[in-house]
Ligand binder design. Sequence first.
Ligand code: DUC
Ligand code: ZN
Ligand code: ZN
Length: 502
Amino acid sequence: MGERNEVGIAGDHSKSTKPYDLVLRGGTVATASAVFPADVAIEGEIITAVGRDLPPGAKEIDARGKLVLPGGVDSHAHIEQVSAAGILNADTFESATVSAAFGGTTTVISFAAQHIGLRLDEVVDAYHALARKGAVIDYAFHMIIADPTEATLKDHLPRLVKAGHATVKVFMTYDRIKLDDMQLLDVLYAARENRALVCVHAENHAMISWTGKRLVGSGYRAPRYHRISHPRGGEAEAFNRIIALAAFIDQPIMIFHVSSAEGAARIRQARGEGLKVFAETCPQYLFLTEKDLDRPGLEGAKWICSPPLRQPSDQEALWQALLLGDLQTISSDHAPYRFDASGKLINSADPDFKAIPNGMPGLEARLPLLFDAMVSQGRLGLEKFVSLAATEPAKIYGLHPRKGEIVIGADADIAIWDPNRKVTISAALMHDLAGYSPYEGRTVTGWPVTVLSRGRVVVHNGSLYAAPGSGRFLAREAGAAAVPTGRRGPELHPEQNFGAYI
Ligand code: DUC
Ligand code: ZN
Ligand code: ZN
Protein backbone atom coordinates (compact mmCIF):
# COMPACT_ATOMS: atom_id res chain seq x y z
CA MET A 1 0.00 0.00 0.00
CA GLY A 2 1.15 3.52 -0.69
CA GLU A 3 4.03 2.85 -3.09
CA ARG A 4 4.41 4.90 -6.23
CA ASN A 5 6.09 3.54 -9.34
CA GLU A 6 8.22 6.63 -9.85
CA VAL A 7 9.60 6.96 -6.38
CA GLY A 8 9.81 3.52 -4.87
CA ILE A 9 9.44 4.85 -1.35
CA ALA A 10 5.98 5.79 -0.21
CA GLY A 11 5.83 9.44 0.68
CA ASP A 12 9.12 10.43 -1.04
CA HIS A 13 8.13 12.48 -4.06
CA SER A 14 11.48 14.16 -4.60
CA LYS A 15 12.49 12.13 -7.67
CA SER A 16 9.05 11.99 -9.21
CA THR A 17 8.30 13.72 -12.46
CA LYS A 18 4.57 13.58 -12.02
CA PRO A 19 2.85 15.96 -9.60
CA TYR A 20 0.61 14.57 -6.92
CA ASP A 21 -3.02 14.47 -7.98
CA LEU A 22 -4.06 16.59 -5.03
CA VAL A 23 -2.30 18.32 -2.18
CA LEU A 24 -4.08 19.64 0.90
CA ARG A 25 -1.72 22.48 1.67
CA GLY A 26 -0.77 24.14 4.91
CA GLY A 27 -3.26 22.65 7.34
CA THR A 28 -2.90 21.13 10.79
CA VAL A 29 -3.22 17.36 10.69
CA ALA A 30 -4.59 15.44 13.65
CA THR A 31 -4.41 11.74 14.36
CA ALA A 32 -5.49 9.87 17.47
CA SER A 33 -2.04 10.44 18.93
CA ALA A 34 -0.64 13.72 17.54
CA VAL A 35 -1.47 17.14 16.11
CA PHE A 36 1.09 18.67 13.71
CA PRO A 37 1.35 21.05 10.75
CA ALA A 38 1.62 19.12 7.47
CA ASP A 39 0.57 18.95 3.85
CA VAL A 40 -1.26 15.83 2.72
CA ALA A 41 -0.72 14.45 -0.78
CA ILE A 42 -3.16 12.19 -2.56
CA GLU A 43 -2.72 10.04 -5.64
CA GLY A 44 -5.84 8.43 -6.98
CA GLU A 45 -7.76 7.25 -3.94
CA ILE A 46 -4.83 7.00 -1.54
CA ILE A 47 -2.84 9.22 0.80
CA THR A 48 0.73 8.96 -0.46
CA ALA A 49 2.57 11.58 1.54
CA VAL A 50 2.22 13.54 4.74
CA GLY A 51 4.91 16.14 5.36
CA ARG A 52 6.11 19.72 5.36
CA ASP A 53 6.46 21.65 2.09
CA LEU A 54 5.44 18.80 -0.20
CA PRO A 55 5.95 19.32 -3.96
CA PRO A 56 3.00 20.70 -5.89
CA GLY A 57 -0.15 18.83 -6.75
CA ALA A 58 -2.02 18.98 -10.06
CA LYS A 59 -4.76 20.34 -7.83
CA GLU A 60 -4.37 21.93 -4.44
CA ILE A 61 -6.73 22.77 -1.61
CA ASP A 62 -5.72 25.58 0.69
CA ALA A 63 -6.02 24.20 4.22
CA ARG A 64 -4.29 27.08 6.03
CA GLY A 65 -6.02 27.84 9.30
CA LYS A 66 -7.93 24.55 9.05
CA LEU A 67 -7.74 21.15 10.71
CA VAL A 68 -7.17 18.19 8.41
CA LEU A 69 -8.82 15.19 10.09
CA PRO A 70 -9.68 11.66 9.07
CA GLY A 71 -13.24 11.41 7.82
CA GLY A 72 -15.53 10.15 10.53
CA VAL A 73 -16.40 6.48 10.86
CA ASP A 74 -19.97 6.08 12.09
CA SER A 75 -20.23 2.48 13.17
CA HIS A 76 -23.92 2.36 14.07
CA ALA A 77 -26.60 3.83 11.80
CA HIS A 78 -29.95 2.41 10.73
CA ILE A 79 -30.43 3.20 7.06
CA GLU A 80 -33.39 2.24 4.89
CA GLN A 81 -34.05 -0.40 7.51
CA VAL A 82 -37.26 -2.15 8.45
CA SER A 83 -37.58 -1.95 12.24
CA ALA A 84 -38.66 -4.66 14.67
CA ALA A 85 -42.19 -3.32 14.37
CA GLY A 86 -42.06 -3.53 10.56
CA ILE A 87 -41.64 0.22 9.96
CA LEU A 88 -39.27 1.59 7.32
CA ASN A 89 -37.23 4.53 8.58
CA ALA A 90 -37.14 7.86 6.79
CA ASP A 91 -33.79 7.89 5.02
CA THR A 92 -32.56 6.17 1.91
CA PHE A 93 -28.92 5.22 1.48
CA GLU A 94 -28.60 8.30 -0.65
CA SER A 95 -30.09 10.78 1.82
CA ALA A 96 -28.39 9.21 4.83
CA THR A 97 -24.93 9.09 3.31
CA VAL A 98 -25.24 12.59 1.85
CA SER A 99 -26.18 13.74 5.33
CA ALA A 100 -23.22 11.86 6.81
CA ALA A 101 -20.82 13.43 4.31
CA PHE A 102 -22.04 16.95 5.08
CA GLY A 103 -21.27 16.21 8.72
CA GLY A 104 -17.71 15.04 8.01
CA THR A 105 -18.36 11.28 8.06
CA THR A 106 -16.91 9.20 5.23
CA THR A 107 -17.60 5.64 6.36
CA VAL A 108 -20.80 4.25 7.74
CA ILE A 109 -21.68 0.83 9.07
CA SER A 110 -25.41 0.25 8.83
CA PHE A 111 -27.45 -2.90 9.22
CA ALA A 112 -28.69 -5.83 7.22
CA ALA A 113 -31.68 -6.69 9.36
CA GLN A 114 -32.94 -10.25 9.38
CA HIS A 115 -36.48 -10.81 10.61
CA ILE A 116 -37.95 -14.15 11.62
CA GLY A 117 -38.33 -16.48 8.64
CA LEU A 118 -35.91 -14.60 6.41
CA ARG A 119 -32.66 -16.04 5.04
CA LEU A 120 -29.71 -14.01 6.27
CA ASP A 121 -27.88 -14.22 2.95
CA GLU A 122 -30.89 -12.90 1.06
CA VAL A 123 -31.30 -10.10 3.59
CA VAL A 124 -27.68 -9.07 3.11
CA ASP A 125 -28.12 -9.13 -0.67
CA ALA A 126 -31.15 -6.86 -0.39
CA TYR A 127 -29.30 -4.25 1.69
CA HIS A 128 -26.33 -4.50 -0.68
CA ALA A 129 -28.63 -3.59 -3.57
CA LEU A 130 -30.03 -0.56 -1.75
CA ALA A 131 -26.60 0.73 -0.73
CA ARG A 132 -25.04 0.08 -4.13
CA LYS A 133 -27.70 2.28 -5.69
CA GLY A 134 -27.65 5.17 -3.24
CA ALA A 135 -24.52 5.48 -1.11
CA VAL A 136 -22.16 8.40 -1.71
CA ILE A 137 -19.62 7.29 0.91
CA ASP A 138 -18.17 3.88 1.71
CA TYR A 139 -20.18 1.48 3.82
CA ALA A 140 -20.37 -1.89 5.49
CA PHE A 141 -23.09 -3.85 7.28
CA HIS A 142 -23.59 -5.39 10.68
CA MET A 143 -25.79 -8.46 10.21
CA ILE A 144 -28.74 -8.43 12.60
CA ILE A 145 -29.59 -11.99 13.57
CA ALA A 146 -33.19 -12.30 14.72
CA ASP A 147 -33.71 -15.91 13.65
CA PRO A 148 -30.67 -17.96 14.65
CA THR A 149 -31.71 -21.17 12.92
CA GLU A 150 -29.24 -23.90 12.08
CA ALA A 151 -29.17 -22.70 8.47
CA THR A 152 -28.45 -19.13 9.61
CA LEU A 153 -25.63 -20.05 11.98
CA LYS A 154 -24.05 -23.04 10.27
CA ASP A 155 -24.48 -22.17 6.61
CA HIS A 156 -25.25 -18.51 5.93
CA LEU A 157 -23.21 -16.86 8.68
CA PRO A 158 -19.90 -18.61 7.85
CA ARG A 159 -20.25 -17.71 4.18
CA LEU A 160 -21.17 -14.12 4.96
CA VAL A 161 -18.26 -13.66 7.36
CA LYS A 162 -15.95 -14.97 4.61
CA ALA A 163 -17.54 -12.46 2.22
CA GLY A 164 -16.45 -9.58 4.46
CA HIS A 165 -19.22 -9.14 7.01
CA ALA A 166 -17.21 -9.35 10.19
CA THR A 167 -19.86 -8.25 12.69
CA VAL A 168 -23.27 -9.43 13.83
CA LYS A 169 -25.78 -7.66 16.01
CA VAL A 170 -28.29 -9.13 18.43
CA PHE A 171 -31.12 -7.62 20.45
CA MET A 172 -32.06 -8.56 24.00
CA THR A 173 -35.28 -6.58 23.77
CA TYR A 174 -37.98 -5.65 21.20
CA ASP A 175 -40.75 -8.14 20.45
CA ARG A 176 -40.09 -10.01 17.20
CA ILE A 177 -36.31 -9.62 17.11
CA LYS A 178 -35.13 -10.27 20.68
CA LEU A 179 -33.14 -13.41 21.37
CA ASP A 180 -33.42 -15.46 24.53
CA ASP A 181 -30.33 -16.56 26.45
CA MET A 182 -30.09 -19.92 24.64
CA GLN A 183 -30.19 -18.14 21.31
CA LEU A 184 -27.64 -15.57 22.48
CA LEU A 185 -25.30 -18.41 23.42
CA ASP A 186 -25.81 -19.98 19.99
CA VAL A 187 -24.92 -16.73 18.24
CA LEU A 188 -21.93 -16.07 20.48
CA TYR A 189 -20.67 -19.59 19.82
CA ALA A 190 -21.15 -19.28 16.05
CA ALA A 191 -19.40 -15.91 16.06
CA ARG A 192 -16.44 -17.43 17.91
CA GLU A 193 -16.23 -20.29 15.43
CA ASN A 194 -16.21 -17.85 12.50
CA ARG A 195 -14.26 -14.95 14.04
CA ALA A 196 -16.88 -12.21 14.05
CA LEU A 197 -17.49 -9.49 16.62
CA VAL A 198 -20.93 -9.54 18.30
CA CYS A 199 -22.67 -6.19 18.89
CA VAL A 200 -25.51 -6.12 21.38
CA HIS A 201 -28.54 -3.99 22.16
CA ALA A 202 -28.66 -4.86 25.85
CA GLU A 203 -31.73 -3.97 27.91
CA ASN A 204 -33.91 -6.25 30.06
CA HIS A 205 -36.99 -6.97 27.96
CA ALA A 206 -39.27 -8.07 30.79
CA MET A 207 -38.57 -4.95 32.85
CA ILE A 208 -39.40 -2.75 29.86
CA SER A 209 -42.57 -4.64 28.90
CA TRP A 210 -43.85 -5.01 32.43
CA THR A 211 -43.31 -1.36 33.34
CA GLY A 212 -44.64 -0.09 30.02
CA LYS A 213 -47.80 -2.15 30.28
CA ARG A 214 -48.52 -0.93 33.80
CA LEU A 215 -47.85 2.69 32.86
CA VAL A 216 -50.12 2.67 29.82
CA GLY A 217 -52.74 0.61 31.69
CA SER A 218 -52.87 3.31 34.32
CA GLY A 219 -53.21 6.09 31.76
CA TYR A 220 -49.61 7.34 31.71
CA ARG A 221 -49.28 7.61 27.96
CA ALA A 222 -47.12 10.72 27.33
CA PRO A 223 -43.66 10.46 25.70
CA ARG A 224 -41.92 11.24 29.00
CA TYR A 225 -43.04 7.88 30.40
CA HIS A 226 -40.91 6.17 27.77
CA ARG A 227 -37.93 6.89 30.01
CA ILE A 228 -39.69 5.46 33.04
CA SER A 229 -40.51 2.29 31.09
CA HIS A 230 -36.81 1.58 30.46
CA PRO A 231 -35.56 1.25 34.06
CA ARG A 232 -31.90 2.08 34.47
CA GLY A 233 -31.46 -1.21 36.31
CA GLY A 234 -32.63 -2.95 33.13
CA GLU A 235 -29.57 -1.72 31.28
CA ALA A 236 -27.22 -2.88 34.02
CA GLU A 237 -28.95 -6.27 34.28
CA ALA A 238 -28.73 -6.93 30.56
CA PHE A 239 -25.08 -5.81 30.48
CA ASN A 240 -24.30 -8.23 33.30
CA ARG A 241 -26.07 -11.06 31.52
CA ILE A 242 -24.54 -10.60 28.08
CA ILE A 243 -21.11 -10.13 29.67
CA ALA A 244 -21.53 -13.41 31.58
CA LEU A 245 -22.71 -15.27 28.48
CA ALA A 246 -19.89 -13.86 26.36
CA ALA A 247 -17.29 -14.68 29.03
CA PHE A 248 -18.56 -18.27 29.20
CA ILE A 249 -18.14 -18.71 25.44
CA ASP A 250 -15.06 -16.43 25.35
CA GLN A 251 -16.50 -14.30 22.56
CA PRO A 252 -15.62 -10.58 22.38
CA ILE A 253 -18.62 -8.26 22.37
CA MET A 254 -19.42 -4.63 21.65
CA ILE A 255 -22.18 -3.17 23.82
CA PHE A 256 -24.05 -0.55 21.86
CA HIS A 257 -25.37 2.81 23.07
CA VAL A 258 -24.44 2.86 26.76
CA SER A 259 -26.77 5.39 28.38
CA SER A 260 -26.38 5.15 32.15
CA ALA A 261 -23.78 5.49 34.87
CA GLU A 262 -24.57 1.96 36.04
CA GLY A 263 -24.09 0.61 32.53
CA ALA A 264 -20.71 2.30 32.20
CA ALA A 265 -19.69 0.89 35.60
CA ARG A 266 -20.52 -2.68 34.49
CA ILE A 267 -18.33 -2.28 31.43
CA ARG A 268 -15.47 -0.91 33.51
CA GLN A 269 -15.74 -3.88 35.84
CA ALA A 270 -15.78 -6.40 32.99
CA ARG A 271 -12.76 -4.81 31.31
CA GLY A 272 -11.01 -4.75 34.67
CA GLU A 273 -11.52 -8.50 34.85
CA GLY A 274 -9.74 -8.87 31.53
CA LEU A 275 -12.82 -9.56 29.42
CA LYS A 276 -12.99 -8.35 25.84
CA VAL A 277 -15.97 -6.08 26.23
CA PHE A 278 -16.03 -2.99 24.01
CA ALA A 279 -18.65 -0.29 24.25
CA GLU A 280 -19.97 2.83 22.59
CA THR A 281 -22.14 5.74 23.51
CA CYS A 282 -23.91 8.25 21.25
CA PRO A 283 -24.27 12.06 21.16
CA GLN A 284 -27.87 11.87 22.36
CA TYR A 285 -26.69 10.40 25.67
CA LEU A 286 -24.01 13.07 26.04
CA PHE A 287 -25.97 16.16 24.95
CA LEU A 288 -29.68 15.47 25.64
CA THR A 289 -31.54 14.45 28.79
CA GLU A 290 -34.93 13.16 29.86
CA LYS A 291 -36.07 16.79 30.02
CA ASP A 292 -36.10 16.78 26.22
CA LEU A 293 -38.75 14.07 26.32
CA ASP A 294 -40.89 16.10 28.68
CA ARG A 295 -42.54 18.53 26.28
CA PRO A 296 -46.16 19.48 25.80
CA GLY A 297 -48.42 17.08 23.91
CA LEU A 298 -46.65 14.63 21.64
CA GLU A 299 -43.65 16.82 20.88
CA GLY A 300 -41.44 14.66 23.11
CA ALA A 301 -41.94 11.79 20.63
CA LYS A 302 -39.10 13.27 18.59
CA TRP A 303 -36.74 12.43 21.46
CA ILE A 304 -37.93 8.85 22.00
CA CYS A 305 -35.06 6.46 21.50
CA SER A 306 -33.91 3.31 23.25
CA PRO A 307 -32.22 3.19 25.59
CA PRO A 308 -33.85 6.46 26.61
CA LEU A 309 -32.29 9.82 27.35
CA ARG A 310 -31.30 9.97 30.98
CA GLN A 311 -29.89 12.52 33.44
CA PRO A 312 -27.02 15.02 33.66
CA SER A 313 -25.26 12.72 36.15
CA ASP A 314 -25.33 9.96 33.52
CA GLN A 315 -23.79 12.33 30.99
CA GLU A 316 -20.94 13.02 33.41
CA ALA A 317 -20.43 9.29 34.00
CA LEU A 318 -20.29 8.68 30.24
CA TRP A 319 -17.71 11.43 29.71
CA GLN A 320 -15.64 9.90 32.49
CA ALA A 321 -15.94 6.47 30.87
CA LEU A 322 -14.78 7.98 27.57
CA LEU A 323 -11.83 9.58 29.31
CA LEU A 324 -10.83 6.30 30.93
CA GLY A 325 -11.23 4.27 27.74
CA ASP A 326 -14.12 2.16 29.04
CA LEU A 327 -16.10 3.40 26.04
CA GLN A 328 -14.09 3.41 22.83
CA THR A 329 -16.41 4.81 20.17
CA ILE A 330 -19.20 7.35 19.73
CA SER A 331 -21.67 6.46 17.00
CA SER A 332 -24.86 8.21 15.94
CA ASP A 333 -27.40 5.35 16.20
CA HIS A 334 -29.06 7.31 13.40
CA ALA A 335 -32.66 6.04 13.23
CA PRO A 336 -34.81 8.72 11.62
CA TYR A 337 -38.60 8.78 11.78
CA ARG A 338 -40.56 11.78 10.63
CA PHE A 339 -42.90 13.43 13.10
CA ASP A 340 -45.94 12.47 11.03
CA ALA A 341 -48.07 9.51 10.01
CA SER A 342 -45.15 7.92 8.12
CA GLY A 343 -43.00 7.78 11.24
CA LYS A 344 -43.47 8.73 14.88
CA LEU A 345 -47.27 8.86 14.48
CA ILE A 346 -47.61 5.83 12.20
CA ASN A 347 -49.66 3.83 14.68
CA SER A 348 -52.05 6.58 15.71
CA ALA A 349 -52.47 10.34 15.68
CA ASP A 350 -52.54 10.10 19.46
CA PRO A 351 -50.24 7.21 20.36
CA ASP A 352 -49.14 6.14 23.80
CA PHE A 353 -45.35 6.15 24.17
CA LYS A 354 -45.16 2.41 23.47
CA ALA A 355 -46.62 2.91 20.00
CA ILE A 356 -44.05 5.51 18.93
CA PRO A 357 -41.11 4.26 16.82
CA ASN A 358 -37.77 4.57 18.61
CA GLY A 359 -34.95 6.63 17.24
CA MET A 360 -33.73 10.00 16.07
CA PRO A 361 -31.52 11.39 13.30
CA GLY A 362 -27.85 11.93 14.09
CA LEU A 363 -25.50 11.05 11.22
CA GLU A 364 -24.84 14.68 10.29
CA ALA A 365 -24.78 16.34 13.72
CA ARG A 366 -22.62 13.68 15.41
CA LEU A 367 -19.22 15.11 14.60
CA PRO A 368 -20.03 18.84 14.87
CA LEU A 369 -21.57 18.27 18.32
CA LEU A 370 -18.56 16.26 19.45
CA PHE A 371 -16.06 18.67 17.91
CA ASP A 372 -17.73 21.58 19.69
CA ALA A 373 -17.66 19.81 23.07
CA MET A 374 -14.30 18.07 22.77
CA VAL A 375 -12.20 20.50 20.74
CA SER A 376 -13.81 23.96 20.89
CA GLN A 377 -14.78 23.63 24.54
CA GLY A 378 -11.77 21.46 25.28
CA ARG A 379 -13.35 18.38 26.82
CA LEU A 380 -10.89 15.49 26.22
CA GLY A 381 -9.23 17.28 23.26
CA LEU A 382 -8.64 16.88 19.54
CA GLU A 383 -6.72 13.58 19.53
CA LYS A 384 -9.42 11.91 21.60
CA PHE A 385 -12.06 13.33 19.24
CA VAL A 386 -10.26 11.72 16.29
CA SER A 387 -9.89 8.49 18.23
CA LEU A 388 -13.54 8.16 19.27
CA ALA A 389 -15.02 9.42 16.03
CA ALA A 390 -12.81 7.68 13.49
CA THR A 391 -9.72 5.71 14.50
CA GLU A 392 -11.10 3.41 17.20
CA PRO A 393 -14.27 2.45 15.33
CA ALA A 394 -12.11 1.72 12.28
CA LYS A 395 -9.84 -0.50 14.39
CA ILE A 396 -12.55 -2.32 16.30
CA TYR A 397 -14.61 -3.07 13.20
CA GLY A 398 -11.79 -4.21 10.94
CA LEU A 399 -11.49 -1.10 8.75
CA HIS A 400 -8.12 0.19 9.91
CA PRO A 401 -5.64 1.27 8.51
CA ARG A 402 -7.65 1.75 5.32
CA LYS A 403 -10.10 4.01 7.18
CA GLY A 404 -9.97 6.15 10.30
CA GLU A 405 -6.52 7.68 10.13
CA ILE A 406 -4.43 10.10 8.09
CA VAL A 407 -1.49 7.90 7.27
CA ILE A 408 0.40 6.96 4.11
CA GLY A 409 -1.41 4.15 2.32
CA ALA A 410 -4.84 4.86 3.78
CA ASP A 411 -7.85 5.77 1.70
CA ALA A 412 -7.93 9.55 1.28
CA ASP A 413 -11.05 9.97 3.42
CA ILE A 414 -10.49 13.38 4.91
CA ALA A 415 -12.57 16.13 6.49
CA ILE A 416 -11.12 19.63 6.51
CA TRP A 417 -12.56 21.47 9.47
CA ASP A 418 -12.84 25.20 10.01
CA PRO A 419 -12.37 25.25 13.79
CA ASN A 420 -13.81 28.75 14.09
CA ARG A 421 -16.96 28.45 12.05
CA LYS A 422 -20.06 28.89 14.18
CA VAL A 423 -23.16 27.07 12.99
CA THR A 424 -26.61 26.87 14.51
CA ILE A 425 -28.00 23.40 13.98
CA SER A 426 -31.45 23.24 12.44
CA ALA A 427 -33.57 20.78 10.50
CA ALA A 428 -33.32 23.10 7.50
CA LEU A 429 -29.54 22.74 7.49
CA MET A 430 -29.51 18.95 7.77
CA HIS A 431 -29.66 16.69 4.73
CA ASP A 432 -31.46 13.69 6.20
CA LEU A 433 -35.18 13.15 5.67
CA ALA A 434 -36.28 13.16 9.33
CA GLY A 435 -37.72 16.65 9.00
CA TYR A 436 -36.60 17.71 12.46
CA SER A 437 -33.38 17.92 14.44
CA PRO A 438 -33.20 16.91 18.10
CA TYR A 439 -30.52 19.61 18.42
CA GLU A 440 -32.52 22.45 16.81
CA GLY A 441 -31.17 25.86 17.82
CA ARG A 442 -27.89 24.60 19.33
CA THR A 443 -24.87 26.62 18.17
CA VAL A 444 -21.61 24.77 17.69
CA THR A 445 -18.14 26.05 16.92
CA GLY A 446 -16.24 24.06 14.28
CA TRP A 447 -17.59 22.68 11.01
CA PRO A 448 -16.33 20.38 8.24
CA VAL A 449 -16.05 22.61 5.16
CA THR A 450 -14.49 20.16 2.68
CA VAL A 451 -14.93 16.40 2.78
CA LEU A 452 -13.09 13.87 0.62
CA SER A 453 -13.94 10.25 0.09
CA ARG A 454 -11.14 8.20 -1.51
CA GLY A 455 -9.60 11.37 -2.88
CA ARG A 456 -12.83 12.70 -4.42
CA VAL A 457 -14.25 15.92 -3.05
CA VAL A 458 -17.76 14.95 -1.99
CA VAL A 459 -18.69 18.11 -0.09
CA HIS A 460 -17.20 21.58 -0.41
CA ASN A 461 -18.53 24.78 1.10
CA GLY A 462 -22.06 23.49 1.47
CA SER A 463 -22.35 21.82 -1.96
CA LEU A 464 -22.45 18.14 -2.82
CA TYR A 465 -20.19 16.76 -5.56
CA ALA A 466 -20.86 13.03 -5.28
CA ALA A 467 -23.24 10.87 -7.27
CA PRO A 468 -25.50 8.27 -5.68
CA GLY A 469 -23.87 4.87 -5.96
CA SER A 470 -20.33 6.24 -5.82
CA GLY A 471 -19.79 4.83 -2.31
CA ARG A 472 -18.26 1.37 -2.12
CA PHE A 473 -18.87 -1.68 0.02
CA LEU A 474 -16.05 -2.35 2.48
CA ALA A 475 -15.41 -6.03 2.95
CA ARG A 476 -14.00 -6.47 6.45
CA GLU A 477 -12.16 -9.20 8.26
CA ALA A 478 -12.51 -9.09 12.01
CA GLY A 479 -9.58 -7.31 13.61
CA ALA A 480 -7.83 -7.86 16.92
CA ALA A 481 -10.98 -6.82 18.80
CA ALA A 482 -12.74 -10.03 17.76
CA VAL A 483 -9.95 -12.41 18.79
CA PRO A 484 -11.02 -14.47 21.83
CA THR A 485 -8.95 -14.25 25.01
CA GLY A 486 -8.41 -18.00 25.17
CA ARG A 487 -10.13 -18.22 28.55
CA ARG A 488 -13.47 -19.96 28.11
CA GLY A 489 -15.73 -21.01 30.94
CA PRO A 490 -14.04 -24.05 32.58
CA GLU A 491 -17.12 -26.18 31.90
CA LEU A 492 -16.27 -25.96 28.19
CA HIS A 493 -12.75 -27.34 28.67
CA PRO A 494 -12.43 -31.11 28.21
CA GLU A 495 -9.68 -31.14 30.86
CA GLN A 496 -12.07 -29.70 33.37
CA ASN A 497 -15.38 -31.27 32.34
CA PHE A 498 -14.52 -34.99 32.45
CA GLY A 499 -13.45 -34.94 28.80
CA ALA A 500 -16.62 -33.65 27.22
CA TYR A 501 -16.37 -31.82 23.89
CA ILE A 502 -19.42 -29.54 23.72
N1 DUC B 1 -33.15 2.19 19.41
C1 DUC B 1 -32.74 1.12 18.78
O1 DUC B 1 -32.59 0.06 19.37
N2 DUC B 1 -32.49 1.19 17.47
C2 DUC B 1 -32.72 2.32 16.72
C3 DUC B 1 -32.96 3.53 17.46
C4 DUC B 1 -33.31 3.36 18.86
O2 DUC B 1 -33.73 4.28 19.49
ZN1 ZN C 1 -30.05 -0.59 19.70
ZN1 ZN D 1 -29.33 1.22 16.89
